[in-house]
Design a protein. Structure first.
Length: 245
């Protein structure tokens, strides 16, 4: 399998164009497509513990977010993974106390491709986490029974070009995908200056890719996060600004 090479991570990656998000909590169908829509990856029973109902229908998911080694990029950037895990476990207890009847799963959401304010080597305005960093966080989360979400910001890459380069990590049973339309650019847009967008077809394409990936590797279904804070970030139809959900 051919894997796109990734540059060495740096604690000094430019981050001016990024929105800092310290924590993300999701419950039930709030982070999924509504009933009647195509379910994200792995809705079918796969013989490896996968379920037709998926993680989110049975659990709340609590994630800490960021890019490791850069203190300007969220909790994962501020602390080593062991310390992040301690903080996350403490935060999880407040959720369990507030709603003891709903199981809680915890994890990290690591930015795997970081939008840049100036052209990268490939001209796509993106800097990638290294293989070493991806391996480290994939192994750490597996060892501690955590979820790992890999978040792509895309820049001027096509969405599949970006998340497709993470296939060998996303094939692991506990690793899931997030995409960040805010930094997916077109034309003369620049990350941090305009709000980016993806199309509904690109969202559906990512869902189907995850379905196929889970089935091909015999792993439980995947959770798929689409970060959205403005209706224009997901386009339905031709240049439509209607929200997907």
């Amino acid at each position: 399998m051919r894997v796109r090479p990734r540059p060495t991570p740096s604690s000094h990656l430019p981050t001016d164009c990024l929105t800092r998000r310290r924590a993300l909590a999701m419950g039930g169908a709030a982070a999924m497509l509504p009933p009647g829509r195509r379910q994200p990856a792995g809705a079918a029973q796969d013989g490896t513990g996968g379920s037709r109902v998926g993680l989110l229908s049975q659990n709340r998911i609590l994630l800490y977010y960021g890019f490791p080694g850069n203190q300007n990029m969220g909790v994962l950037g501020e602390h080593e993974p062991e310390r992040v895990l301690d903080l996350l476990r403490a935060e999880a207890e407040t959720y369990r106390a507030a709603d003891p009847g709903r199981p809680l799963k915890i994890g990290f959401e690591m930015i795997a491709s970081v939008a840049q304010g100036s052209p990268s080597e490939d001209g796509k305005y993106i800097a990638d986490a290294s293989r070493e960093l991806l391996d480290t966080y994939t192994q750490f989360t597996a060892d501690h029974n955590l979820l790992l979400f890999l978040d792509v910001q895309m820049g001027f890459r096509e969405p599949k070009e970006d998340y497709g380069g993470l296939e060998e990590w996303l094939a692991q049973p506990h690793v899931h995908l997030g995409i960040d339309p805010e930094f997916h650019m077109r034309g003369d847009e620049l990350p941090g200056e305009e709000i980016g967008q993806v199309t509904a077809a690109e969202v559906t394409g990512a869902q189907q890719w995850l379905v196929n990936l889970a089935q091909a590797n015999g792993v439980p279904g995947k959770v798929f996060i689409v970060h959205q804070f403005h209706h224009s970030m997901i386009e339905v139809g031709i240049r439509s600004c209607t929200s997907l959900w």
